[in-house]
Write a new protein. Structure first.
Length: 256
């Protein structure tokens, strides 16, 4: 049994101001919960008996509070149209210091997102980063909030393994060491399949409608193009940013 005030509190975490104040975010569904419970600190787990019975005891013991709920109670709390199994509140991971992000660019490939605003795109990009072994995604302040419920769901649990940070992106990129490659995709760039790609550095992906902003473009020192096929055939104006990210990162990894 869960009270009305607790239900209200959980639903409030759909809003960024409440998430930031409490340092908690909401995750839902068996798949996502099974990914997050072993890896992140859980403040509250509200779940059906069947789901709780399926969880190893070592996942549940560290949880600060566990409440057994009915399907009807889950529907009252959920942000999903067809919720199942349960939901949980997790503590937000500690932020990575800027100097650590800078150091990472000299040793590995880091993704940077310049104004990516669609929650589904952001969540998918984090999932792509997880698949291709990218530890850090650095976002401009106008990028969607990684802890918004729709983003968390779209990551399918990858949010537990990929560190997402928010910075003044043009300023951060502008003070990286000169030897760090800052790559971006443009219509006038070098063919990504023909150009030698760096094994470390930053890959910048831009806003869904506007692409990479002028301030960030000024910091790019490797301009790349994802070509359409066949050449000169009339085609779509551009790729979805998440798809473009997958294509670009796959080629970076192929050349690594």
């Amino acid at each position: 049994m869960i009270g009305k005030n607790r239900i209200k509190h959980i639903r409030q975490l759909a809003q960024k101001k409440h998430r930031d104040t409490e340092g908690l975010f909401l995750a839902e569904g068996a798949k996502v919960l099974r990914e997050l419970l072993p890896l992140l600190r859980c403040s509250l787990l509200c779940a059906t008996p069947d789901f709780l019975d399926s969880c190893p005891s070592e996942w549940l013991e560290p949880v600060e509070e566990v409440i057994v709920i009915t399907q009807r109670e889950l529907e009252q709390m959920s942000q999903l149209k067809t919720p199942r199994h349960g939901l949980a509140l997790f503590h937000m991971p500690l932020a990575v210091e800027t100097k650590s992000l800078t150091a990472a660019t000299e040793q590995q490939l880091v993704l940077a997102l310049d104004g990516v605003q669609d929650p589904g795109n952001l969540g998918t990009i984090i999932r792509i980063a997880d698949w291709w072994g990218i530890d850090h995604v650095v976002c401009s302040h106008d990028t969607a909030d990684v802890f918004a419920p729709k983003v968390v769901q779209a990551t399918m649990g990858a949010i537990a393994r990929v560190q997402v940070s928010y910075v003044d992106l043009p300023q951060w990129l502008s003070v990286l060491p000169n030897k760090v490659a800052v790559c971006g995709t443009f219509l006038d760039g070098d063919n990504i399949y023909a150009a030698p790609l760096p094994h470390s550095g930053v890959l910048v992906m831009g806003n869904e409608g506007k692409g990479i902003s002028a301030a960030v473009e000024a910091t790019v020192n490797h301009r790349l193009l994802i070509p359409s096929f066949p050449a000169h055939r009339p085609t779509s104006e551009s790729l979805n940013v998440a798809i473009a990210t997958a294509v670009a990162v796959a080629e970076f990894r192929r050349q690594a």
